[in-house]
Design a protein around this ligand. Structure first.
Ligand SMILES: C[S@@+](CC[C@H](N)C(=O)[O-])C[C@H]1O[C@@H](n2cnc3c(N)ncnc32)[C@H](O)[C@@H]1O
Length: 470
């Protein structure tokens, strides 16, 4: 039997004073710094510490004495249990103010950068229903909320279709309405769930690795197309066809109806076969008349509207005249490369995932772009002095690395290639600041533009322009 851990004493009437790096709120109690989710600066709460180290603790608010005047009302019924949209209790203007501050703090403290004047963060026009892709999981072990447990009522049906609870790998919160994606996503998910329950379909049991229904992925696009990917664990044709025919009939808006059988232990579908049940095997996204083909396995920025703004900023910072050789590092499906191709002499895109590079080439093809070249492989292995000798010294480098930032070898190669300008797009200002510090040997930061791609989360995107020191 699990040991009943002794609870730490409750800290009473603590004033929440700020927001910490990973989005949790912060408070001080004597010499202790405490990190607490689901509260905002100005709240006065009793805190139950859940973990304590010498100088800091983590805890949760168990009683509110005062609500901050800065608070916004949470709009989602799943708020506080679901892992997403944790900042909806902060007014949007405050959210982006904290994000801007986070960028400045990182650049100054970690990057030791002499900052130019920073343009105010670009907020997202849509703060709800802004995502174009969501994944929901089936589980026969729904997460029970504290109220459900306290009510003591026996819950017979523990089937859920929704999001994983953070830190609980086999528990899923049943979602009735999610505010992140166009409402058709809610309608499709709820219809699939009720059809499955009415017809006795078995929801996935993660621990025992059994059941028919595993995941769904819904992708929507600004062109109005909708893709539904149904992932089954077991291969039961009759039941699968009945469900997919029902959904196709109910939702003529679905232009791409796909299914996948995934009988592996993990959820990734990248190595699974795609079956197109009805319609096309892809949808399109559009930007400035350019079309981007999105297959079930393709990456595309999840907030399409803000992605367009982000790319415009990157293009503007690059200041292209049409004569430049541009390297687009970490190009993904080549969206930035194709977006700027008409402004450059040639664009070279490099990316780890071979399928993404195939998409990048297809996207050049369908848009009649013939001045792009794409290479697949690990950046630190591909981008070296030999590569630059072969393909030419870049005039401009645009780089958009993953959260971990760039490998030291990649930074070394960039420094020795000496492009006139570097445009550094980042989803993690801390690793960006670290890399900028290294690039500081030869470059100065001349522009900084934070962008909010993910309202109600603490995540922030930041675009920096570096110019070579003369
Ligand atoms: C932030 S995304 C860039 C997306 C792209 N610029 C866009 O806007 O669609 C980072 C990309 O870096 C790729 N990547 C991650 N590690 C890499 C590595 N070591 N070498 C090359 N590419 C890598 C990922 O596969 C991903 O496509």
């Amino acid at each position: 039997m699990a040991k009943n851990k002794k609870q730490l004493p409750i800290l009473e009437k603590v004033l929440i004073t700020g927001i910490a790096a990973e989005g949790k709120a912060i408070a001080r109690y004597n010499d202790l710094v405490i990190f607490i989710p689901f509260v905002v600066p100005g709240d006065v709460v009793d805190i139950q510490p859940t973990r304590k180290k010498n100088s800091y603790a983590e805890g949760k608010a168990v009683h509110f004495h005062e609500y901050s005047p800065q608070r916004a009302e949470a709009f989602c019924e799943h708020y506080g249990v679901c892992g997403g949209c944790k900042w909806q209790i902060l007014p949007y203007a405050e959210q982006i103010r904290y994000k801007q501050q986070q960028v400045v703090d990182n650049l100054v403290r970690i990057g030791k950068i002499e900052l130019p004047e920073i343009t105010p963060i670009l907020g997202s026009e849509k703060t709800q229903f802004y995502r174009n892709k969501l994944e929901f999981t089936f589980s026969n072990k729904s997460w029970m909320t504290e109220e459900e447990i306290r009510s003591g009522a026996a819950i017979e049906n523990r089937n859920a279709l929704g999001f994983h609870i953070p830190g609980m790998f086999d528990k899923v919160l049943d979602i009735r309405k999610c505010w992140l994606q166009d409402d058709i996503s809610n309608q499709i998910r709820n219809e699939i769930k009720s059809f499955a329950l009415q017809n006795g379909y078995v929801f996935f049991d993660l621990r025992n690795q059994s059941g028919l229904l595993r995941n769904i992925i819904i992708r929507t696009s600004s062109t109005g197309e909708v893709m539904l990917i149904m992932v089954f664990f077991e291969d039961e044709k009759e039941k699968r066809d009945a469900l997919l025919n029902h959904i196709a009939e109910m939702f003529p808006a679905i232009t791409s109806l796909i299914y996948i059988i995934n009988e592996k232990a993990n959820d990734t579908i990248t190595d699974r076969e795609i079956h197109v049940f009805k319609g096309n095997g892809f949808i399109y996204e559009e930007m400035e008349g350019l079309k981007f083909k999105i297959g079930p396995k393709s990456f595309y920025q999840t907030n399409s509207g803000q992605a367009y703004n982000l790319y415009k900023i990157a293009r503007d910072f690059a200041g292209l005249t049409g004569n430049e050789l541009v390297y687009d590092l970490y190009t993904g499906t080549g969206t930035i490369a194709n977006f700027i191709a008409k402004n450059a002499r040639q664009v070279i895109g490099i990316e780890y995932v071979p399928e993404a590079i195939e998409d990048a080439r297809i996207n050049s093809g369908i848009n009649g772009i013939d001045n792009t070249l794409f290479f697949a492989g690990d950046m630190k292995d591909i981008l070296n002095d030999e590569f630059i000798k072969t393909y030419g010294r870049p005039d401009v480098i645009i780089t958009d690395p993953p959260r971990a930032g760039m490998h030291d070898d990649v930074i070394e190669t960039i420094l020795s290639a000496e492009p006139h300008k570097i445009v550094y797009v980042s989803c993690n200002p801390a690793t960006q600041a670290r890399d900028l510090n290294l690039l500081g040997q030869k470059y100065r930061v001349s522009k900084v533009q934070p962008v909010d791609m993910f309202p109600h989360t603490h995540h922030v995107e930041n675009v920096v322009r570096l110019e070579i020191k003369l």
